[in-house]
Design a protein around this ligand. Structure first.
Ligand code: DC
Length: 216
């Protein structure tokens, strides 16, 4: 299998670009944010503290081996709720949790053939450092807050744009400043700032870049 990683902060367009590419390449797409969201939901349902590493790790070690993930899998739309976004970023700081989540992703990917797209924060830097193509998608916090706001409203959540921008900035800081696998572009990543582009323009830019890697 040949891996394309897509890293970057939340609401930069990774998901939309990743889903679009996976349709065009007809390949497996793994949204690792959903995996961290699923873990966060297990911890919240258990009532354990999000800041107790050993409790969180025990929950992951118990549940992850039984999690079945297939193409296009979204465990539940509820996992996109803002409370879960925040909790996922909190449990994502733990080394042992990341080790188990990384192994889970590598096992899934090695069971696939052809191209595989993995979207996350550290897919190109840590989980798949030998990926053939590494993309880093970003946009300004203000633009990302507006996009996330519209998504949430569309999904029926109530939201406040200014609070959302503040949450995005806080979550970025936590994801970027953590000691283990912080959010940052791999040295060999192609960096795409989508602030001034429509999603179609960004997808076209990525497809152009991929031409040299993918046979027509
Ligand atoms: O991509 P997302 O917004 O669905 O991810 C939610 C949170 O999960 C994100 O703020 C940090 C964490 N996460 C992570 O630590 N590592 C990943 N590979 C993906 C997500």
């Amino acid at each position: 299998m040949k891996v394309i990683t897509i890293d970057g902060p939340s609401a930069a367009g990774k998901g939309t670009i990743g889903a679009n590419l996976s349709q065009r390449l007809n390949c497996f797409y793994l949204d690792s944010g959903m995996l961290y969201r699923q873990i966060a939901a297990w911890v919240l349902a258990d009532g354990a503290s999000l800041t107790e590493e050993s409790d969180v790790k025990n929950i992951v070690a118990k549940k992850l081996p039984f999690l079945k993930w297939v193409q296009g899998y979204v465990p539940s739309e509820d996992l996109r709720a803002p409370k879960i976004s925040d909790a996922a970023s909190k449990i994502g700081v733990f080394q042992e949790v990341r080790r188990l989540a990384n192994q889970y992703q590598r096992d899934l990917v090695s069971a696939s053939s052809g191209w595989v797209i993995v979207d996350g924060r550290d897919a190109g830097t840590v989980v798949f450092p030998d990926a053939v193509v590494k993309l880093f998608i970003t946009a300004s916090p203000n633009i990302r807050a507006k996009r996330r706001y519209l998504q949430l409203i569309e999904r029926g959540y109530t939201s406040d744009l200014y609070e959302l921008e503040e949450e995005i900035i806080q979550r970025d800081l936590r994801d970027q400043k953590r000691d283990i696998a912080p959010l940052k572009p791999a040295p060999d990543a192609y960096i795409i700032d989508t602030s001034e582009e429509t999603i179609d323009e960004s997808v076209q830019r990525v497809l152009k870049y991929l031409e040299k890697y993918i046979d027509a």
